[in-house]
Design a protein around this ligand. Sequence first.
Ligand SMILES: CCCCCCCCCCCCC/C=C/[C@@H](O)[C@H](CO)NC(=O)CCCCCCCCCCCCCCC
Ligand SMILES: Nc1ncnc2c1ncn2[C@@H]1O[C@H](COP(=O)(O)OP(=O)(O)OP(=O)(O)O)[C@@H](O)[C@H]1O
Ligand SMILES: [Ca+2]
Length: 584
Amino acid sequence: METDLRLESSLWIGNKRYRAVLTGWHLKWTEADKKNGDKKTVSVPVAEVVGVENGRVEILPQKSVEDTDKDFTVFYIKRSRSRSTYGLLWSLGRTQFSCPSRVLRDQWTNHLRTALKTHSPLRPHRLLVFINPFGGKKKGREIYHSLVAPLFELAGISSHVIVTERANQARDHLLKKDLTGFDGVVCVGGDGMFSEVLHGLIGRTQQEAGLCETDPAVTLQPCPLHIGIIPAGSTDCVCYATVGVIDPVSSALHIIIDSQPLDVCSVHHASTLVRYSVSLVGYGFYGDVLAESEKHRWMGPLRYDYSGTVVYLSNRSYAGIVQYLPADPLLSSPKDKTRCLSGCNVCSRSTERLFPHTSDSGSLYSSHFSQYSNDSEGEWVSVEGRFRCVSITCMSSSCARSPLGLSPSAHLADGTGDLILVWDTHPLSFLKFLYRHTSTQDQFDLPFVEVHRVKAVRFSLPDGREEEVHEGIGELNRAIEEREYVDTVSRNGSQQQLAQSVVERETMNEHKTVASILCGLCCKKTPAVSVWNCDGEILPFTEIFCRIHGQLVRLYARGIEDGAAMQNCSQESDKNKSRCITYK
Ligand SMILES: CCCCCCCCCCCCC/C=C/[C@@H](O)[C@H](CO)NC(=O)CCCCCCCCCCCCCCC
Ligand SMILES: Nc1ncnc2c1ncn2[C@@H]1O[C@H](COP(=O)(O)OP(=O)(O)OP(=O)(O)O)[C@@H](O)[C@H]1O
Ligand SMILES: [Ca+2]
């Protein structure tokens, strides 16, 4: 294969002559008329070539085509360090080559296109795109059409675009409409839009597999369609934690070339499925911040800082019983100070453990899944007391507020979650814990903080506590519970019932806000229970059971690329290098 695709000739860039070589894995060009010591070689991995066009072509910021006979343009991934984050920004690199003849030009473009097909056969061809026109700064439509669509076109990807008109439209579409021919689903929006797509795709996959999502013991079927995220929301935590930067062009380029499995946590109450989560299932502080922030939506993203301050000053802690099933401690630890970066070994080994019959389990695209296998599990552990917060996260949950995240050493795809227990403590100590999230200081190195790598968690209230539940919150929960039940039944029922459930869910959201506002106004008492924050949604139940499903979905991403680590890649084999070369 390598020899078939090999092509070597002189090419011109501007008025300089280069020796260009296409091998199976790389396109390289070296200045020809320089002394050996001054010769610089640019090497682009074929896996990072986005597209090849005849003529002298530009794509961004505006498309322009000069249809000349002897020229061709190669577009590829270019990296730069981001000032504000740890990940690397990707942009579209472009080089225009001139050939001495049209025949040679056609030979180059044909060889390059064949190399792309051979080495990147699993790139998406057709995508379903949902744009939330109201997410974040309300720029979703503009971002997609000006920055993303031109890149998809260049990469030969066709897309069907739906601008949503209501909440849950994307989820409902994925649950019931024909998805034949689509390789993946892209959401343009924030974590809320991602969550809609996540629920739609997981639900659809289980329906088609005839599996019952409500049973926490069931091994769920991994989703065959990939999910892509174009960040255009308020927090964009899932994008930040899986790509390392909040940048629509970087994300569009990842959608074109990448694949990354992701763990998902299912949250259950009694025998119902409540929700799925990938970033935060949090009780106490984070639940209270979310509930408080719902009253101040008009503040935009700032509402979280305002609500965080209000909740911090209210100085609350909550009683609870936390039971957890520890993950195998020999595999990794949340305190091992490692980071899950692109090509992470812990995650690759987990792929082999979770799907042992997959032949190419370590490769970028392994789309066949087998049954979930239990490794050496420990015994359930139970702790009881008062907590400032109880958080479960399947990944680091890094975001702009906390660049290393809730659990800096958590892994995207190792089949485990991290349980963070913050025991009741002095307000200043708790502030110290919160503040450490904003720096590289270890938030777990505090005497009132525990962190455990887990596979499942159960939370319950101590005996008698339920009766103490604050009236307003109790009412709120009952109202939501009723509607959530209707919603769950409807998802497994007829289309008419499903349509009914959409109306019910929207009313439920209004009830949530009204009930919490009334509650805040009518009563100054500290509530005995908090609420759960599940990826930015308030859960209608206090007693829950969570289970981590290893690599249940796949994103168009590759995990965070670390600038420093990239430069250590120079000694890698050609195949690995294709994932870590830096362009200057
Ligand atoms: C002194 C500075 C302390 C800064 C503390 C920063 C901690 C930040 C931790 C961020 C964790 C994000 C987890 C991701 C959750 C997402 O799935 C979800 C959906 O988008 N977002 C939220 O629920 C939104 C939740 C947003 C939570 C923000 C909490 C902000 C706390 C501010 C506390 C200020 C205390 C000041 C006292 C004087
Ligand atoms: N057309 C629409 N009208 C109203 N709501 C919508 C629409 N489309 C999607 N939504 C809902 O809007 C919510 C927030 O959207 P999204 O996550 O894209 O933006 P965001 O700015 O990050 O959100 P948030 O302000 O909640 O952080 C989602 O939960 C989604 O269900
Ligand atoms: Ca994980």
